[in-house]
Every structure is written in C-alpha cells, then in structure tokens.
Ligand binder design. Structure first.
Ligand SMILES: CC(C)(COP(=O)(O)OP(=O)(O)OC[C@H]1O[C@@H](n2cnc3c(N)ncnc32)[C@H](O)[C@@H]1OP(=O)(O)O)[C@@H](O)C(=O)NCCC(=O)NCCS
Length: 432
C-alpha cells in the first residue's frame, strides 16, 4: 500500500478536527525571506482549503534593517525594542508595504494553483489593529513604536466568515491617525486571544524549543515556561516561547512553535499525533487513558442506555469490574464521556474491539476515532495482527475506518464458540 494512503488515513481525524477552527499564524520577516517561504504559503492555502479560518501575521525586522542600512541610518533599540523615530518609520512603512503586497501576490498565485481555483478567494488586510504609543520608558522616547490596543474582532470574524484569509501587518493605527510600528509577536498573540483562536502557530528558525541537552521539547504547560525563559535569556526563541505562553494564559488552548526553515513543519505539527515542533498547551481538561476500577460507575452511566437500545451487549457491574483493564476511556472534567474495550482472543494473534461508545452529547468530536486509534495501538503493542469487531448497528462506521466484512469462520475458535447467533451481529476485521 502506498505510504500516502496510510498517511491520509491517519491525517483524516485531524482534518475533521481543524475544520472551521481559527488559527493565527505568525511568520517573522526572516521566514518571508527564507527559501522555504513558498512552501509555507502553499501549506497555508492548503489549510484554508480544508476549512481552517486563517489569520496570518507577518513580521518585517530584516526588511526594515536593510532599508535603514541603505539610507545610512543606525538602528536604535532599548530593551530589545526598536526605537522608531520619524526617519525609521519611513523605512518601516516602506518595508511593511512591500512585504504585504508580496505576500498578497504570493497567496493569490497559490490560490490560483490550488484545487479551489476559480472560487472567489480573498486575502483581506486593512486597519484591523488599533495601536497606542509605548511612550517614554526610563527616559527613552520610543516615538512611533507602539503596542496593540485593540484588534477588530468583529471585522476580522466577518472576513473569516466570508472565507477570506486575513493578513495582519506589524503596523497599527491610532484613533488620532498616527501610525505605529508593532512587534509581530504582539499582534499575533493579541489577535489569537481577542479572536478566541483555537491555535496560535509561531514560526521560528528552530524546529521548536531546544532544551539544555539539545533535545526538542515536544510539549509543555504555560507554567513550565518561566524556567525555560530564564535559561534562554533574551533570544528570539525566548520571545516565541513567551508569546506562546501568553496566548495560553489568555485562553488560547494550544500554541505551537514550528520551523520556517523546514519544509512541511506546519503540516507535520497539525496532522500527526506527535507533531514536529513544540506545543504549549493548557492543562488538558479532556484525557484519553486506560480505565481504573473507580470508572465503573461512569462507564455504566455511559453504556446502559445503549444496552437498552440493543446497540451494545449487556454488561453487569460485576463484569465491568472484572474486565475494567480492557477499557480505555475519555475523561472530561471528571466525567467518562467515551469508552472502548480491547479483548485479546485466547490462542490467537487477534483481538476484539468492543463496547465503543461516545456519550451522545459529546458526539461529532472525533472521539470515536481517537478511541479506535488508541485500541489499535494497544493491540499492536500486544503483538496482535488482526482486530475483529462484532456490531449490529454500526457497521458502516467501522467500514469507513478500514474494517472489512468477515465471518464466524474467520473468528479464532475461542471467540467463534461464544458467537451469539440470536444477536446475529455482523463481523468485521481489520489488519493492524
Ligand atoms: C460510533 C460512535 C462511537 C462514534 O462517535 P463519534 O466519534 O462521536 O462520532 P459521530 O457520532 O460524530 O459519528 C461520526 C460519523 O459516523 C457516523 N455514524 C455514527 N454512528 C453511526 C452508525 N451507527 N453507523 C454508521 N455511521 C455512523 C456519523 O453519521 C458521522 O458521520 P458524518 O460526520 O458523515 O455525519 C458513536 O456514534 C456511538 O457511541 N454510537 C453508539 C454506540 C455504538 O454504536 N458503538 C459501536 C458498537 S460495536
């Protein structure tokens, strides 16, 4: 089987999960200059075509530096922030204007080449960020360097509803008509928080956060960030991490740091379980885990109504207590909202997936897929090659997930002898 078939199957739960979600993506000026920029734009258009609501925030630092140098101006910084005097502001406007147009052009080109060719796709930008001056700090006047005062949530949401990609530049306007130079990290973080984005994606030069041993940190909580910031000192990696943590504290569930230099880093992060960059996420309030004896009550609440409808085989409390180790569950804020069980079939290299159920109030969240994946990986870990399922009413759900029709004859004898002919379940199997 070609590798891409496998890949697409594994990606499909993520494709469904990301649809209609709002992602704020920040690409610093160095990323726009990088040879991989074209691939990044291509991947962003792909995300857009999969139904993701996209806000792209670009930076412009190296482009500003180039313009300052060309005019013989010396850049001035204080506390790592550029001081934007009148001459510098001209360079900023020039750099940002050109970049914005270049990005719009590139996105237009990619849209024309995408499968959505011909549809009315738009990139929208404008006066969507209101800024205020930083002012004077420790006696130093920052002039036209500003900070985000407000992001036009309504306006941006309307554009996203119309399926536009929203492009935000590191410039903001004040109600007095002044122009302010902003940090793109500030714009991205504030946009993600104010829009209630599902994700903030930050592009950096490295694959993600690298720890003191040179290893990539895959995931961390916002409260673990300060220790890393102390270690990193003041470098760009620290700025990205700080932005990720701030977004999380502001209610954005997941912030990711990925590399702009690595082709496909964004897609790997979004469409594979382990990702490829660093994820800063709030404490997960929903977890998938193996069941424990305390879960029996919750499991009964979940499966009893389905047993009454004849969808699941009846299991008494005693049976559940005895078989609790076979179950995986999804727990949400202390409640068992989904479950599935794996039974190894004696004297065979096969297993049976049973008792898959999602609380009706929590359906349509791909939890069934998550549990199926969990059961499959548990089965593989146990060295099983085949997974059977017996179902009366859910045949198509399993068929759509790679199960093929099977028969009692193909069941290992230990399970075939227990087959309930009265229940007359359909049998399906899947090779692991
Ligand atoms: C099957 C189940 C676990 C999936 O839960 P989920 O991940 O929340 O997924 P959804 O309910 O959103 O269903 C996902 C898709 O499968 C479809 N589906 C749901 N139940 C189905 C069924 N019995 N047969 C065929 N398709 C089904 C849905 O229509 C949906 O498709 P759509 O998005 O194209 O409309 C859940 O529907 C459930 O608990 N069903 C009752 C218990 C059951 O039948 N268990 C299997 C016993 S062997």
């Amino acid at each position: 089987m070609p590798e891409y078939v496998n890949w697409l199957r594994h990606a499909s739960p993520y494709i469904n999960a990301h649809r209609d979600c709002t992602f704020v993506v920040m690409l610093p000026g160095d990323g726009v200059e990088h040879p991989n920029f074209g691939n990044i734009v291509h991947d962003l258009v792909l995300l857009h075509s999969l139904g993701v609501r996209l806000v792209l925030v670009h930076g412009s630092r190296p482009q500003i530096e180039t313009r300052l140098a060309a005019r013989g101006l010396t850049p001035h910084y204080h506390h790592g922030m550029r001081i934007t005097d009148a001459a510098t502001l001209e360079c900023v406007i020039d750099a940002v204007g050109q970049l914005r147009i270049a990005i719009e052009a590139r996105l237009s080109m990619d849209m024309a080449a995408s499968p959505m060719q011909g549809s009315r796709l738009r990139v929208a930008s404008g006066n969507l960020v209101t800024a205020r001056p930083i002012g004077v700090l420790e006696g130093v006047d920052y002039h036209h360097t500003g900070e985000v005062r407000r992001v036009d949530r309504k306006g941006i949401n309307r554009l996203l509803d119309e399926r536009s990609i929203v492009l935000l530049s590191p410039l903001g306007y004040s109600p007095t008509g002044e122009i302010f130079n902003l940090a793109c990290e500030d714009v991205a973080t504030r946009a993600a928080i104010d829009l209630g984005a599902d994700k903030l994606l930050l592009f950096g030069a490295d694959p993600g956060l690298i720890d003191e041993n040179g290893r990539l940190v895959r995931e961390l909580r916002p409260q673990q960030v300060p220790a890393h910031l102390q270690r990193l000192g003041s470098n760009y990696q620290a700025e990205l991490l700080d932005a990720a943590a701030e977004a999380c504290r502001g209610g954005v569930a997941r912030s990711h740091i990925v590399s702009y230099a690595e082709d496909g880093a964004l897609l790997t992060e979004l469409f594979t379980r382990d990702g490829g960059g660093t994820l800063v996420a709030q404490e997960q309030f929903e977890v998938v885990r193996e069941a424990a004896i305390e879960d029996v009550g919750g499991l009964l609440d979940l499966i009893s109504p389905l047993e009454e409808q004849g969808i699941l085989v009846r299991r008494s409390r005693e049976v559940l207590e005895r078989e609790i180790e076979q179950f995986s569950v999804v727990e949400r804020e202390g409640m068992i909202i989904a479950c599935a069980a794996l039974y190894q079939i004696a004297d065979s290299d096969a297993g049976e997936l049973a008792c898959l159920a999602v609380n009706p109030e929590y359906r349509h969240g791909a939890r069934g897929d998550v549990l199926l994946e969990r059961i499959e990986s548990r089965a593989r870990a146990q060295g099983l090659n085949t997974l059977f399922v017996l179902t009366t009413r859910t045949a198509h759900w399993f068929r759509e997930r790679g199960f093929v029709p099977s028969s009692v004859e193909r069941l290992p004898s230990a399970r075939a002898s227990l087959y309930n002919y009265q229940r007359n379940s359909k049998i399906f199997e899947k090779t692991l």
